[in-house]
Design a protein around this ligand. Structure first.
Ligand code: ADP
Ligand code: MG
Length: 239
């Protein structure tokens, strides 16, 4: 028995919902969805935390324009780590620990890093903690299922058959583990919707947005993109 497990539960006891944004593949829009979900919910008055747990390439700081090396964006140390508050969001990312260096990690290292971060971070009370997950069903997902007792999953996919197959396997895995699935978001919709593929689990679609790239790094611009408007409609179904 790892004593850190009970410390983690204590640290998260005042967090009402823990939502992991996941998907079978990389590049489907998990980070955009996580970051804009955090901004939107914060704007709606919810107390929001955002944890970028993507070991392969943390990117929420880029999307939100958080210059993480500057003092005002640094976590503070005081009987643990207090995440900086940016645009009303308590923000923590692996980028603070890994920096720009590539960090090839093995399974046990990944588990240890996740445990350490959860043990030392003071989220205090939150309505929702959003976790931006790495792609696929790897170590980080399996650890998160074990460590966050009340985790729920929001799954992002593109309409491509290449993504759909892996996402279906992912959903099956959640079912097998009896982990709640909030639903599936179809991102970068071009033509026909994949609604029928997911039946009751389907939450809605976000179209491919040509203007999204220009808004990256600027939260105000991001909030007025079509992506953001379509995501907000989906969020209204969940919150
Ligand atoms: N609906 C969309 N329209 C246009 N570009 C998008 C859309 N969703 C995501 N992107 C772009 O696709 C890339 C991958 O998105 P990202 O959120 O980083 O994916 P993931 O976290 O799943 O790897 C980013 O450059 C992002 O700006
Ligand atoms: Mg990502």
């Amino acid at each position: 028995m790892d004593p850190r497990t009970s410390v983690i539960e204590e640290r998260l006891k005042n967090v009402k919902r823990i939502i992991a944004v996941s998907g079978g593949k990389g590049g489907v829009g998990k980070s955009l969805t996580s970051s804009l979900m955090a901004l939107s919910l914060s704007g709606m008055g919810y107390k929001v935390g955002l944890l970028d747990l993507d070991f392969s390439g943390p990117s929420d700081h880029l999307i939100l324009g958080i210059k993480y090396t500057q003092p005002q964006f640094q976590p503070k140390e005081d009987r643990g780590i207090t995440p900086p508050e940016v645009y009303g969001i308590k923000f923590l990312s692996l980028i603070y620990y890994a920096g720009e260096n590539p960090s090839p990690l093995r399974g046990a290292d990944i588990s240890n890093i996740i445990k350490e971060i959860l043990c030392i971070t003071r989220w205090e009370s939150l309505d929702v903690l959003i976790i931006d997950m790495p792609p696929g069903m790897g170590e980080a997902v399996l650890d998160s299922i074990r460590l966050f007792k009340r985790i729920e999953f929001l799954v992002v996919t593109t309409p491509s058959r290449v993504s759909l197959g892996t996402v279906k396997k992912f959903i099956k895995l959640l079912e097998d583990f009896k982990i709640p699935l909030i639903g599936v978001i179809e991102n970068m919709k071009i033509s026909d919707s994949t609604k029928d593929e997911f039946e009751k689990d389907f939450l809605g679609s976000i179209k491919f947005d040509m203007d999204l790239e220009k808004a990256i790094g600027d939260p105000e611009k991001l909030m007025s993109t079509k992506f953001s408007m379509e995501l907000r409609k989906i969020l209204e179904k969940i919150f």
